[in-house]
Ligand binder design. Structure first.
Ligand code: FES
Ligand code: FES
Length: 228
């Protein structure tokens, strides 16, 4: 891929020809290993107290053997080797770890495994299938309309925030298919982008909204600006 798209990687569903690689294979720091090692008596006790927890991730039932208070982000990144959710602040402040749980965006860095037992988790990889299920489509598209719109609008730069911004934008569009600029700004408020691509993300969400409504033509001027 060339030009301004080169920093944006579209993540495929697991099981496809581009099945995600392990952290070491993809040269991705992922969740710091130091953060995973038990450091306190409480963490050591939790590790010894691992129990089987059943949850659904991207429409697949998963039986995860881990301590109930393990952050969901660690389960997704390390046990299930999903690349979508990313470790950023670890404090529910940035949104880079966001996933949908039963259709609602949550911060997986501060959500425990036990809190999602029996629930349906959707990561960036599963967004097209989640969208197809919502819209009762016969099959999942290659990309969620917002993923495609982000590419078409060249909305992102380094891409570190894109997981959270796309997850949150998809949640917004599922609840409000035609959000105003102000509603988009309010919804996206908790997602930090160090490259300041906020106006371009607004344009992408509006483009996805038009696509989902069956009208890809732009009405009115795009939101100006955006960190380039
Ligand atoms: S890593 Fe979860 S909100 Fe920042
Ligand atoms: S595009 Fe760089 S952090 Fe958002």
């Amino acid at each position: 891929m060339t030009g301004p798209h080169r920093h944006f990687r579209v993540l495929p569903c697991r099981g496809g020809k581009n099945t995600p690689k392990t952290s070491s294979e993809r040269n991705d720091p992922g969740v710091p290993s130091a953060a995973l090692a038990p450091r306190t008596n409480r963490e050591r006790a939790a590790a010894e107290a691992a129990v089987a927890t059943i949850l659904t991730v991207n429409l697949r039932v998963q039986n995860v053997d881990a301590a109930p208070d393990t952050p969901l982000l660690y389960i997704l990144s390390n046990n299930l080797e999903l690349q979508g959710p990313r470790f950023g602040c670890g404090l529910a402040q940035c949104g880079s770890c966001s996933v949908l749980v039963d259709g609602v965006e949550i911060r997986s860095c501060v959500t425990t495994l036990s809190a999602v037992a029996g629930k349906s988790v959707t990561t960036l990889e599963g967004l097209p299938a989640w969208y197809a299920q919502q819209k009762k489509l016969a099959s999942a598209p290659e990309l969620h309309p917002l993923q495609q719109a982000v590419i078409d609008e060249q909305a992102l730069q380094c891409g570190y925030c894109y997981n959270g911004q796309i997850i949150k934008g998809a949640e917004l569009l599922s609840k409000n298919p035609q959000p105003t600029v102000e509603q988009i700004r309010t919804a996206m408020n908790g997602h930090l982008c160090r490259c300041a691509t906020y106006p371009r993300m607004i344009n992408a969400i509006q483009r996805a909204s038009r696509t989902m409504a069956g009208n890809a033509s732009r009405v009115g001027a795009p939101v100006a600006g955006g960190g380039r």
